[in-house]
Design a protein around this ligand. Structure first.
Ligand code: BGP
Length: 457
Protein backbone atom coordinates (compact mmCIF):
# COMPACT_ATOMS: atom_id res chain seq x y z
CA UNK A 1 0.00 0.00 0.00
CA UNK A 2 1.22 3.47 -0.90
CA UNK A 3 0.42 6.10 1.73
CA UNK A 4 0.61 9.84 1.31
CA UNK A 5 1.54 12.46 3.93
CA UNK A 6 -1.04 13.50 6.54
CA UNK A 7 -3.44 16.23 5.45
CA UNK A 8 -2.71 15.54 1.80
CA UNK A 9 -5.07 17.41 -0.51
CA UNK A 10 -7.22 15.13 -2.64
CA UNK A 11 -9.37 16.94 -5.11
CA UNK A 12 -9.93 18.30 -8.55
CA UNK A 13 -9.53 21.47 -10.55
CA UNK A 14 -11.74 23.45 -12.90
CA UNK A 15 -12.22 27.04 -13.98
CA UNK A 16 -14.98 29.63 -14.04
CA UNK A 17 -15.29 29.90 -17.84
CA UNK A 18 -15.39 26.11 -18.26
CA UNK A 19 -18.06 25.37 -15.64
CA UNK A 20 -20.18 28.31 -14.54
CA UNK A 21 -22.41 28.84 -17.54
CA UNK A 22 -24.56 32.01 -17.36
CA UNK A 23 -21.78 33.54 -19.38
CA UNK A 24 -23.85 36.44 -20.64
CA UNK A 25 -26.11 36.70 -17.59
CA UNK A 26 -26.16 38.10 -14.04
CA UNK A 27 -24.14 41.16 -14.88
CA UNK A 28 -21.11 39.40 -16.39
CA UNK A 29 -19.52 41.19 -19.35
CA UNK A 30 -18.05 39.43 -22.35
CA UNK A 31 -14.63 37.78 -22.48
CA UNK A 32 -12.55 36.99 -25.53
CA UNK A 33 -14.21 33.54 -25.55
CA UNK A 34 -17.73 34.98 -25.69
CA UNK A 35 -16.72 37.36 -28.47
CA UNK A 36 -14.70 34.87 -30.47
CA UNK A 37 -17.60 32.42 -30.42
CA UNK A 38 -19.92 35.20 -31.58
CA UNK A 39 -17.54 36.05 -34.45
CA UNK A 40 -16.35 32.55 -35.46
CA UNK A 41 -18.59 29.80 -34.06
CA UNK A 42 -17.29 27.38 -36.72
CA UNK A 43 -13.93 27.30 -34.96
CA UNK A 44 -15.52 25.58 -31.97
CA UNK A 45 -16.13 21.82 -31.84
CA UNK A 46 -19.79 21.19 -32.81
CA UNK A 47 -20.46 24.92 -32.38
CA UNK A 48 -20.26 24.46 -28.61
CA UNK A 49 -19.62 27.88 -27.14
CA UNK A 50 -18.84 29.27 -23.71
CA UNK A 51 -22.39 30.39 -22.96
CA UNK A 52 -23.83 27.37 -21.17
CA UNK A 53 -20.83 25.57 -19.73
CA UNK A 54 -21.99 22.90 -17.19
CA UNK A 55 -24.30 25.35 -15.35
CA UNK A 56 -22.51 25.39 -12.01
CA UNK A 57 -23.99 28.87 -11.54
CA UNK A 58 -27.32 27.19 -10.81
CA UNK A 59 -26.13 23.76 -9.72
CA UNK A 60 -23.29 24.55 -7.33
CA UNK A 61 -25.03 23.10 -4.28
CA UNK A 62 -25.47 19.75 -5.99
CA UNK A 63 -21.87 19.97 -7.21
CA UNK A 64 -20.47 20.59 -3.77
CA UNK A 65 -22.42 17.62 -2.38
CA UNK A 66 -21.04 15.51 -5.21
CA UNK A 67 -17.50 16.61 -4.36
CA UNK A 68 -17.98 15.42 -0.82
CA UNK A 69 -19.50 12.14 -2.00
CA UNK A 70 -16.29 11.13 -3.77
CA UNK A 71 -14.03 12.04 -0.87
CA UNK A 72 -12.64 15.32 -2.18
CA UNK A 73 -11.24 17.52 0.59
CA UNK A 74 -10.29 20.41 -1.73
CA UNK A 75 -11.28 22.01 -5.01
CA UNK A 76 -9.67 24.59 -7.23
CA UNK A 77 -11.67 26.83 -9.47
CA UNK A 78 -11.42 30.43 -10.58
CA UNK A 79 -13.29 33.69 -10.29
CA UNK A 80 -14.39 35.29 -13.52
CA UNK A 81 -12.83 38.75 -13.76
CA UNK A 82 -15.54 39.87 -16.22
CA UNK A 83 -18.23 38.73 -13.76
CA UNK A 84 -16.75 40.37 -10.66
CA UNK A 85 -15.80 43.65 -12.35
CA UNK A 86 -17.78 43.85 -15.62
CA UNK A 87 -16.12 47.12 -16.70
CA UNK A 88 -12.89 46.61 -14.76
CA UNK A 89 -13.87 49.12 -12.07
CA UNK A 90 -17.41 48.59 -10.85
CA UNK A 91 -18.18 45.72 -8.50
CA UNK A 92 -21.04 43.44 -9.62
CA UNK A 93 -23.06 42.66 -6.46
CA UNK A 94 -24.64 39.56 -8.03
CA UNK A 95 -21.17 38.10 -8.57
CA UNK A 96 -20.21 38.75 -4.96
CA UNK A 97 -23.39 37.03 -3.75
CA UNK A 98 -22.84 34.03 -6.04
CA UNK A 99 -19.19 33.47 -5.19
CA UNK A 100 -19.69 33.97 -1.45
CA UNK A 101 -22.52 31.43 -1.39
CA UNK A 102 -20.52 28.95 -3.51
CA UNK A 103 -17.35 29.26 -1.41
CA UNK A 104 -19.28 29.10 1.87
CA UNK A 105 -21.01 25.96 0.67
CA UNK A 106 -17.63 24.33 -0.01
CA UNK A 107 -16.45 25.25 3.48
CA UNK A 108 -19.66 23.88 5.01
CA UNK A 109 -18.91 20.56 3.29
CA UNK A 110 -15.24 20.44 4.38
CA UNK A 111 -13.99 21.19 0.89
CA UNK A 112 -11.01 23.55 1.05
CA UNK A 113 -11.32 26.02 -1.85
CA UNK A 114 -8.22 27.11 -3.75
CA UNK A 115 -9.22 30.12 -5.77
CA UNK A 116 -7.50 31.22 -8.93
CA UNK A 117 -7.85 34.65 -10.52
CA UNK A 118 -7.20 34.12 -14.23
CA UNK A 119 -7.85 31.05 -16.33
CA UNK A 120 -7.51 32.24 -19.97
CA UNK A 121 -10.62 34.47 -19.68
CA UNK A 122 -9.54 37.92 -20.78
CA UNK A 123 -12.34 40.50 -20.39
CA UNK A 124 -13.29 42.01 -23.72
CA UNK A 125 -13.04 45.60 -22.45
CA UNK A 126 -9.35 44.94 -21.73
CA UNK A 127 -8.74 43.05 -24.99
CA UNK A 128 -9.94 46.14 -26.82
CA UNK A 129 -7.06 48.04 -25.19
CA UNK A 130 -4.59 45.33 -26.29
CA UNK A 131 -5.04 42.76 -23.53
CA UNK A 132 -1.73 41.65 -22.02
CA UNK A 133 0.13 43.49 -24.77
CA UNK A 134 -0.70 46.75 -22.99
CA UNK A 135 1.23 47.61 -19.84
CA UNK A 136 -1.94 48.99 -18.23
CA UNK A 137 -3.21 45.39 -18.02
CA UNK A 138 -0.79 44.95 -15.10
CA UNK A 139 -2.50 47.61 -12.97
CA UNK A 140 -5.96 46.49 -14.09
CA UNK A 141 -5.18 42.95 -12.92
CA UNK A 142 -3.73 44.17 -9.61
CA UNK A 143 -6.96 46.11 -8.97
CA UNK A 144 -9.03 43.02 -9.74
CA UNK A 145 -6.87 40.89 -7.44
CA UNK A 146 -7.15 43.41 -4.62
CA UNK A 147 -10.94 43.50 -5.08
CA UNK A 148 -11.15 39.70 -4.91
CA UNK A 149 -9.02 39.62 -1.73
CA UNK A 150 -11.29 42.26 -0.14
CA UNK A 151 -14.52 40.51 -1.09
CA UNK A 152 -13.55 36.91 -0.36
CA UNK A 153 -10.42 37.02 1.80
CA UNK A 154 -12.37 36.02 4.91
CA UNK A 155 -13.48 32.77 3.23
CA UNK A 156 -10.53 31.90 1.00
CA UNK A 157 -7.11 31.14 2.44
CA UNK A 158 -5.42 29.65 -0.61
CA UNK A 159 -5.13 31.87 -3.65
CA UNK A 160 -3.43 31.58 -7.00
CA UNK A 161 -2.90 34.34 -9.53
CA UNK A 162 -2.75 32.58 -12.91
CA UNK A 163 -3.45 29.20 -14.39
CA UNK A 164 -0.84 28.20 -16.99
CA UNK A 165 0.24 31.68 -18.10
CA UNK A 166 2.37 30.12 -20.87
CA UNK A 167 -0.78 28.78 -22.49
CA UNK A 168 -2.45 32.10 -23.22
CA UNK A 169 0.93 33.35 -24.44
CA UNK A 170 1.59 30.53 -26.90
CA UNK A 171 -2.01 29.78 -27.86
CA UNK A 172 -2.88 33.47 -28.40
CA UNK A 173 0.33 34.72 -30.01
CA UNK A 174 1.98 31.68 -31.67
CA UNK A 175 -0.33 28.76 -32.39
CA UNK A 176 -3.82 30.17 -33.03
CA UNK A 177 -5.85 28.35 -30.34
CA UNK A 178 -6.83 31.42 -28.27
CA UNK A 179 -7.94 34.90 -29.31
CA UNK A 180 -6.36 37.02 -30.85
CA UNK A 181 -4.77 34.03 -32.64
CA UNK A 182 -1.89 35.93 -34.18
CA UNK A 183 1.65 34.70 -34.87
CA UNK A 184 4.23 37.07 -33.46
CA UNK A 185 6.96 35.84 -31.16
CA UNK A 186 8.02 39.32 -30.11
CA UNK A 187 4.48 40.09 -28.98
CA UNK A 188 4.28 36.68 -27.31
CA UNK A 189 7.30 37.58 -25.15
CA UNK A 190 5.81 40.98 -24.26
CA UNK A 191 2.48 39.36 -23.35
CA UNK A 192 4.35 36.84 -21.19
CA UNK A 193 6.29 39.60 -19.48
CA UNK A 194 3.20 41.67 -18.68
CA UNK A 195 1.51 38.53 -17.38
CA UNK A 196 4.48 37.97 -15.10
CA UNK A 197 4.28 41.55 -13.83
CA UNK A 198 0.51 41.22 -13.34
CA UNK A 199 1.20 38.14 -11.24
CA UNK A 200 3.86 40.00 -9.24
CA UNK A 201 1.57 42.97 -8.57
CA UNK A 202 -1.22 40.63 -7.47
CA UNK A 203 1.18 38.97 -5.01
CA UNK A 204 2.10 42.42 -3.73
CA UNK A 205 -1.60 43.32 -3.33
CA UNK A 206 -2.09 40.07 -1.42
CA UNK A 207 0.75 40.85 0.98
CA UNK A 208 -0.64 44.34 1.58
CA UNK A 209 -4.16 42.98 2.07
CA UNK A 210 -3.30 41.09 5.27
CA UNK A 211 -5.56 38.23 4.20
CA UNK A 212 -4.83 35.28 6.44
CA UNK A 213 -3.58 32.81 3.84
CA UNK A 214 -1.12 31.86 1.15
CA UNK A 215 -0.66 32.81 -2.46
CA UNK A 216 0.79 30.83 -5.35
CA UNK A 217 0.74 30.38 -9.10
CA UNK A 218 -0.25 27.43 -11.26
CA UNK A 219 2.15 26.51 -14.03
CA UNK A 220 2.00 23.89 -16.75
CA UNK A 221 5.26 22.02 -16.77
CA UNK A 222 6.21 19.84 -19.73
CA UNK A 223 9.69 18.71 -18.73
CA UNK A 224 11.90 18.61 -21.81
CA UNK A 225 13.72 15.38 -22.69
CA UNK A 226 16.28 15.59 -25.47
CA UNK A 227 16.56 13.05 -28.30
CA UNK A 228 20.24 12.47 -27.48
CA UNK A 229 23.09 13.80 -25.38
CA UNK A 230 24.66 15.64 -28.30
CA UNK A 231 25.47 19.28 -27.42
CA UNK A 232 22.94 20.44 -30.05
CA UNK A 233 20.08 18.36 -28.64
CA UNK A 234 20.99 19.34 -25.09
CA UNK A 235 20.91 22.99 -26.09
CA UNK A 236 17.41 22.45 -27.52
CA UNK A 237 16.34 20.98 -24.17
CA UNK A 238 17.90 23.86 -22.27
CA UNK A 239 16.20 26.51 -24.44
CA UNK A 240 12.86 24.76 -24.14
CA UNK A 241 13.07 24.65 -20.36
CA UNK A 242 14.18 28.28 -20.20
CA UNK A 243 11.35 29.55 -22.36
CA UNK A 244 8.56 27.30 -21.16
CA UNK A 245 9.28 26.45 -17.54
CA UNK A 246 11.90 28.70 -16.00
CA UNK A 247 10.36 31.85 -17.52
CA UNK A 248 7.67 31.81 -14.83
CA UNK A 249 8.94 29.34 -12.24
CA UNK A 250 12.24 31.15 -11.58
CA UNK A 251 10.81 34.64 -11.01
CA UNK A 252 7.79 33.31 -9.10
CA UNK A 253 9.80 31.14 -6.70
CA UNK A 254 13.36 32.50 -6.77
CA UNK A 255 12.57 36.15 -7.53
CA UNK A 256 14.72 36.32 -10.68
CA UNK A 257 14.39 35.91 -14.42
CA UNK A 258 17.26 33.58 -15.43
CA UNK A 259 20.23 35.39 -16.99
CA UNK A 260 20.41 32.68 -19.68
CA UNK A 261 16.82 33.44 -20.67
CA UNK A 262 17.56 37.16 -20.94
CA UNK A 263 20.58 36.36 -23.12
CA UNK A 264 18.57 34.01 -25.30
CA UNK A 265 15.92 36.67 -25.86
CA UNK A 266 18.58 39.31 -26.54
CA UNK A 267 20.35 37.14 -29.14
CA UNK A 268 17.05 36.76 -30.94
CA UNK A 269 15.89 40.39 -30.76
CA UNK A 270 13.01 39.37 -28.53
CA UNK A 271 13.62 41.37 -25.35
CA UNK A 272 10.40 42.90 -23.97
CA UNK A 273 9.94 46.49 -22.84
CA UNK A 274 10.33 46.69 -19.07
CA UNK A 275 10.06 49.35 -16.37
CA UNK A 276 12.85 50.27 -14.02
CA UNK A 277 11.32 49.03 -10.75
CA UNK A 278 10.22 45.70 -12.17
CA UNK A 279 13.32 43.77 -11.13
CA UNK A 280 12.93 44.74 -7.49
CA UNK A 281 9.20 44.05 -7.54
CA UNK A 282 9.86 40.55 -8.89
CA UNK A 283 12.47 39.98 -6.17
CA UNK A 284 10.16 41.19 -3.38
CA UNK A 285 7.05 39.25 -4.34
CA UNK A 286 7.74 35.55 -4.53
CA UNK A 287 5.06 32.94 -3.93
CA UNK A 288 4.26 30.73 -0.91
CA UNK A 289 3.47 27.66 -2.99
CA UNK A 290 3.27 26.40 -6.57
CA UNK A 291 0.67 24.33 -8.39
CA UNK A 292 1.97 22.24 -11.26
CA UNK A 293 -0.26 21.01 -14.03
CA UNK A 294 1.29 17.95 -15.58
CA UNK A 295 -0.12 16.12 -18.58
CA UNK A 296 2.77 15.26 -20.90
CA UNK A 297 6.50 15.67 -21.41
CA UNK A 298 8.10 17.62 -24.25
CA UNK A 299 10.49 15.58 -26.43
CA UNK A 300 12.91 17.84 -28.23
CA UNK A 301 15.80 17.81 -30.67
CA UNK A 302 18.00 20.43 -32.29
CA UNK A 303 16.15 22.22 -35.11
CA UNK A 304 17.20 21.18 -38.62
CA UNK A 305 16.82 24.48 -40.47
CA UNK A 306 16.40 27.15 -37.84
CA UNK A 307 15.63 30.71 -38.75
CA UNK A 308 18.11 33.10 -37.10
CA UNK A 309 17.11 35.13 -35.20
CA UNK A 310 14.31 32.86 -34.04
CA UNK A 311 10.81 33.79 -35.19
CA UNK A 312 9.16 30.73 -33.65
CA UNK A 313 10.12 28.53 -30.68
CA UNK A 314 10.74 25.72 -33.22
CA UNK A 315 13.81 27.69 -34.35
CA UNK A 316 15.27 26.85 -30.94
CA UNK A 317 13.93 23.35 -30.33
CA UNK A 318 11.99 21.00 -32.55
CA UNK A 319 9.56 18.31 -31.44
CA UNK A 320 11.07 14.85 -31.42
CA UNK A 321 8.81 11.88 -32.06
CA UNK A 322 10.01 9.30 -29.55
CA UNK A 323 9.32 5.86 -31.04
CA UNK A 324 8.64 4.25 -27.65
CA UNK A 325 6.01 6.72 -26.56
CA UNK A 326 2.64 5.73 -25.15
CA UNK A 327 -0.12 8.02 -26.38
CA UNK A 328 -3.58 9.01 -25.26
CA UNK A 329 -5.03 8.81 -28.79
CA UNK A 330 -8.00 11.09 -28.10
CA UNK A 331 -5.98 14.08 -27.01
CA UNK A 332 -2.77 13.08 -28.82
CA UNK A 333 -0.73 13.62 -25.68
CA UNK A 334 2.05 11.29 -24.54
CA UNK A 335 1.47 9.46 -21.25
CA UNK A 336 4.71 9.46 -19.27
CA UNK A 337 4.17 9.18 -15.50
CA UNK A 338 7.93 9.14 -14.76
CA UNK A 339 8.03 12.86 -15.47
CA UNK A 340 6.11 13.44 -12.26
CA UNK A 341 9.05 12.04 -10.28
CA UNK A 342 11.42 14.27 -12.27
CA UNK A 343 9.23 17.29 -11.52
CA UNK A 344 9.19 16.41 -7.81
CA UNK A 345 12.99 16.29 -7.83
CA UNK A 346 13.23 19.54 -9.78
CA UNK A 347 11.07 21.28 -7.17
CA UNK A 348 13.22 19.88 -4.40
CA UNK A 349 16.61 20.56 -5.89
CA UNK A 350 16.14 23.69 -7.99
CA UNK A 351 13.28 25.49 -6.27
CA UNK A 352 14.28 25.49 -2.60
CA UNK A 353 11.92 22.59 -1.91
CA UNK A 354 8.98 25.01 -1.84
CA UNK A 355 5.58 23.48 -0.99
CA UNK A 356 3.89 22.45 -4.24
CA UNK A 357 1.04 20.27 -5.41
CA UNK A 358 -0.12 18.61 -8.58
CA UNK A 359 -2.83 21.07 -9.53
CA UNK A 360 -3.92 19.22 -12.69
CA UNK A 361 -3.31 15.78 -14.13
CA UNK A 362 -5.81 13.89 -16.21
CA UNK A 363 -6.88 12.00 -19.25
CA UNK A 364 -9.39 13.30 -21.79
CA UNK A 365 -11.32 10.60 -23.62
CA UNK A 366 -13.81 11.05 -26.46
CA UNK A 367 -17.23 9.37 -26.63
CA UNK A 368 -16.98 7.93 -23.16
CA UNK A 369 -20.62 6.91 -23.10
CA UNK A 370 -19.61 3.76 -25.02
CA UNK A 371 -18.02 2.54 -21.78
CA UNK A 372 -21.29 2.56 -19.83
CA UNK A 373 -21.87 -0.60 -17.78
CA UNK A 374 -25.22 -2.34 -17.26
CA UNK A 375 -26.15 0.21 -14.55
CA UNK A 376 -25.43 3.18 -16.80
CA UNK A 377 -22.17 4.10 -15.08
CA UNK A 378 -19.10 4.88 -17.19
CA UNK A 379 -16.46 2.26 -16.47
CA UNK A 380 -13.32 4.35 -16.93
CA UNK A 381 -10.78 1.84 -15.66
CA UNK A 382 -8.21 3.45 -18.02
CA UNK A 383 -8.47 6.65 -15.93
CA UNK A 384 -7.96 4.75 -12.67
CA UNK A 385 -4.87 3.08 -14.14
CA UNK A 386 -3.63 6.46 -15.34
CA UNK A 387 -4.02 7.98 -11.86
CA UNK A 388 -2.33 5.03 -10.14
CA UNK A 389 0.69 5.15 -12.44
CA UNK A 390 1.11 8.86 -11.83
CA UNK A 391 0.62 8.59 -8.08
CA UNK A 392 3.30 5.90 -7.86
CA UNK A 393 5.82 8.27 -9.38
CA UNK A 394 4.66 11.19 -7.26
CA UNK A 395 4.94 9.06 -4.14
CA UNK A 396 8.48 8.10 -5.07
CA UNK A 397 9.31 11.80 -5.28
CA UNK A 398 7.73 12.51 -1.89
CA UNK A 399 9.69 9.63 -0.34
CA UNK A 400 12.82 11.24 -1.77
CA UNK A 401 11.97 14.43 0.13
CA UNK A 402 9.96 16.55 -2.28
CA UNK A 403 7.51 18.85 -0.50
CA UNK A 404 4.32 17.93 -2.33
CA UNK A 405 1.07 18.53 -0.44
CA UNK A 406 -1.67 17.37 -2.80
CA UNK A 407 -2.98 15.88 -5.99
CA UNK A 408 -5.82 17.38 -8.03
CA UNK A 409 -7.32 15.81 -11.11
CA UNK A 410 -8.58 17.60 -14.14
CA UNK A 411 -11.48 17.48 -13.54
CA UNK A 412 -14.46 17.08 -11.24
CA UNK A 413 -17.33 17.09 -13.77
CA UNK A 414 -16.96 16.84 -17.55
CA UNK A 415 -16.48 20.36 -18.79
CA UNK A 416 -16.26 22.55 -21.83
CA UNK A 417 -12.78 22.92 -23.20
CA UNK A 418 -12.14 25.99 -25.32
CA UNK A 419 -12.07 25.20 -29.06
CA UNK A 420 -12.54 21.49 -28.29
CA UNK A 421 -15.94 22.06 -26.68
CA UNK A 422 -17.10 18.87 -24.96
CA UNK A 423 -15.17 16.51 -27.25
CA UNK A 424 -12.84 15.00 -24.65
CA UNK A 425 -14.26 14.15 -21.24
CA UNK A 426 -12.12 14.30 -18.11
CA UNK A 427 -14.54 14.28 -15.17
CA UNK A 428 -15.14 12.04 -12.17
CA UNK A 429 -18.77 12.74 -13.05
CA UNK A 430 -20.19 12.70 -16.57
CA UNK A 431 -22.38 15.59 -17.68
CA UNK A 432 -25.33 14.84 -19.95
CA UNK A 433 -25.73 17.76 -22.32
CA UNK A 434 -29.09 16.53 -23.59
CA UNK A 435 -30.53 16.04 -20.16
CA UNK A 436 -30.23 19.27 -18.17
CA UNK A 437 -26.50 18.80 -17.52
CA UNK A 438 -27.29 15.75 -15.35
CA UNK A 439 -24.25 14.59 -13.40
CA UNK A 440 -23.53 10.85 -12.97
CA UNK A 441 -20.56 9.47 -11.11
CA UNK A 442 -18.04 7.38 -13.08
CA UNK A 443 -16.15 4.39 -11.74
CA UNK A 444 -13.07 6.61 -11.27
CA UNK A 445 -15.08 8.84 -8.90
CA UNK A 446 -15.91 5.88 -6.68
CA UNK A 447 -12.30 4.71 -6.80
CA UNK A 448 -11.14 8.21 -5.87
CA UNK A 449 -13.27 8.10 -2.75
CA UNK A 450 -11.39 5.01 -1.54
CA UNK A 451 -8.11 6.64 -2.44
CA UNK A 452 -8.90 9.79 -0.47
CA UNK A 453 -10.40 7.92 2.48
CA UNK A 454 -7.35 5.64 2.77
CA UNK A 455 -4.93 8.44 1.93
CA UNK A 456 -3.36 6.03 -0.53
CA UNK A 457 -4.00 2.83 -2.43
C1 BGP B 1 -5.15 22.56 -19.04
C2 BGP B 1 -6.07 23.72 -18.74
C3 BGP B 1 -7.49 23.35 -18.56
C4 BGP B 1 -7.99 22.14 -19.33
C5 BGP B 1 -6.94 21.04 -19.43
C6 BGP B 1 -7.28 19.90 -20.37
O1 BGP B 1 -4.09 22.99 -19.83
O2 BGP B 1 -5.67 24.39 -17.56
O3 BGP B 1 -8.27 24.50 -18.76
O4 BGP B 1 -8.69 22.47 -20.43
O5 BGP B 1 -5.70 21.53 -19.80
O6 BGP B 1 -6.92 20.20 -21.68
P1 BGP B 1 -7.95 20.23 -22.86
O7 BGP B 1 -9.20 20.76 -22.29
O8 BGP B 1 -7.35 21.14 -23.88
O9 BGP B 1 -8.08 18.84 -23.36
Amino acid sequence: MIRFPDNFLWGAAASAPQTEGHSLLNGKSETTWDKWFEMNPEKFNENQGPKDTSNTYEMYQEDVKNMQKIGMNSYRTSISWARLLPDGKTLNPEAVTFYRAYFQDMLDHQIEPIINLFHFDMPWWLMEKGGWEARESVDDFAFYAQTAFEQFGDLIHNWTTFNEPMVHVECGYLYGFHYPAIVDMKKAVQVGYHTLMAHVMAVQAFKKSQVDGKIGIILNVLPAYSRSDSPEDLLAKKDSDLLNTQSFLDPAVLGEIPVDLINLLKQNDLLPTVEKDDKQLIRDNTVDFVGINYYQPRRVQAPKNPHTPAVMPEDLYEPYDWPDKKINPYRGWEIYPQALYDIAMMMKNQYRNIPWYVSENGMGVAEESRFKDENGMIDDQYRIDFIKEHLEQLHKGIEAGSNCFGYHMWTFIDCWSWLNGYRNRYGFYSVDLDNGFKRTVKKSGLWFKDLATNNGF
